[in-house]
Write a new protein. Structure first.
Length: 306
C-alpha cells in the first residue's frame, strides 16, 4: 500500500508541474496589466512603473515563475494584488465552501445517479429506462447557468421556498448543489446501467437465480456489488469536474466559494490568487484520484494496490 501511494504521488509531480506552467503562462499572457488597474485611471506612466516594480512584474517571466514555484513549495503564494492580503488567507475563506458544495453535489449525483442506473438496468427497454435516457441527455446537454437560472425562477421566484443566492442558511446549498450535480448524475446513471446490465448476464448471476434466490437479493448482492467498480472510477473523476464547474454555478448563485473568487481574480488580473487557486484545485483532483484507486482494493480484493 505504501509503495503504491509513493508511486502515485511521484506520478502526480509532472501533472502538477504542467498545471503550474500552464496557469502561469495563461495569466501573464492574457491582455491587461494589473499595475494599471491598481494604479488607477489618473496614474502617470511613472506611477504605473512603480507599481509594476513593487509587484515584481518588471522581472523576466522565467524569473517570476521560479520565484512563484519556489515560494509555493514552502506554502507561500504571495500577496493578493486586489486586497493586499495573503493569498492563502483569501483562498482559505472560500476553499471550504467549494469543497462543501462539491461534496454535496457529488453525494447527490452518486446516490440518485446510481439508483436511477439500477432501476434502468432492472427495467431495461421499458418506459422507465427510456425516460431515464431522455433525462440523462437533457442533464448533460443543458448548461449549468441555464439550469441554475431555471431553478431560481421556479423555486425562488415563483414559489419562494428556497433562497436564490448566498449562504445564509443550509437550505441555500440545495439549488447550487442540484445544478452542479445534474451532469454528473446523468453520467453516473448511464455508467451504472451499462455495468449492471453486463454483470447480470454473467454465469454466476444465472446460478444464483437457479438456486431460488429472490430477484432483489440477486440484483443487490451479486449485481450491484460487482458493478460498482466502474461507478467509483467515474465518481472520482466527477469530483474534479464538479470543482471545475463550480466556477459557473458559484457565479450564478453568488456562492462564496473558490470558483467565484477565481472569476473575480481573473477580472482584476490578480495573478497570485489565480495561480494558487488553480494549483490547489489540481492538487485536490490528484489526491481524489489516488484515494479512488485505494478504494478499489476495499471494494474488490482481487484488485491489488501494492
Amino acid at each position: 500500500m505504501l509503495r503504491f501511494l509513493i508511486h502515485r504521488l511521484l506520478q502526480a509531480l509532472p501533472v502538477l508541474f504542467g498545471v503550474s506552467v500552464g496557469v502561469f503562462l495563461m495569466v501573464h499572457l492574457i491582455p491587461g496589466d494589473p499595475a494599471e488597474l491598481i494604479a488607477g485611471q489618473m496614474a502617470t506612466h511613472e506611477d504605473v512603473e512603480n507599481v509594476r516594480r513593487s509587484l515584481g512584474l518588471d522581472q523576466p517571466l522565467i524569473q517570476q515563475y521560479l520565484a512563484f514555484v519556489g515560494n509555493a513549495l514552502t506554502g507561500d503564494f504571495g500577496i493578493s494584488f486586489r486586497t493586499r492580503r495573503p493569498v492563502l488567507e483569501e483562498i482559505g475563506l472560500r476553499y471550504g465552501n467549494t469543497l462543501l458544495l462539491g461534496g454535496v453535489a457529488l453525494l447527490i449525483a452518486a446516490v440518485v445517479g446510481s439508483l436511477a442506473g439500477i432501476v434502468s438496468a432492472v427495467k431495461r427497454f421499458s418506459w422507465i429506462d427510456n425516460l431515464s435516457l431522455v433525462l440523462s441527455i437533457l442533464a448533460v446537454s443543458m448548461p449549468a447557468f441555464s439550469l441554475g437560472l431555471l431553478l431560481i425562477l421556479v423555486f425562488s421566484v415563483w414559489y419562494n421556498v428556497l433562497p436564490m443566492s448566498g449562504f445564509d442558511s443550509w437550505s441555500a446549498i440545495i439549488l447550487p448543489a442540484v445544478t452542479l450535480s445534474a451532469a454528473s448524475m446523468a453520467v453516473i446513471s448511464r455508467v451504472m446501467r451499462t455495468s449492471l446490465v453486463e454483470v447480470m448476464e454473467n454465469q454466476y448471476v444465472r446460478t444464483a437465480r437457479a438456486k431460488g434466490l429472490r430477484e432483489t437479493l440477486v440484483v443487490w448482492r451479486h449485481g450491484v456489488r460487482n458493478a460498482i467498480i466502474p461507478v467509483v472510477t467515474v465518481a472520482g473523476l466527477q469530483l474534479g469536474y464538479l470543482l471545475g464547474s463550480a466556477v459557473v454555478t458559484e457565479t450564478v448563485f453568488a456562492w462564496p466559494g473558490l470558483g467565484r473568487l477565481l472569476v473575480q481574480s481573473i477580472l482584476a488580473r490578480d495573478f497570485p490568487v489565480v495561480q494558487a487557486a488553480v494549483l490547489i484545485v489540481a492538487v485536490t483532483f490528484v489526491l481524489v484520484n489516488i484515494l479512488t484507486d485505494l478504494l478499489y482494493g476495499l471494494l474488490d480484493p482481487r484488485i491489488s494496490v501494492q
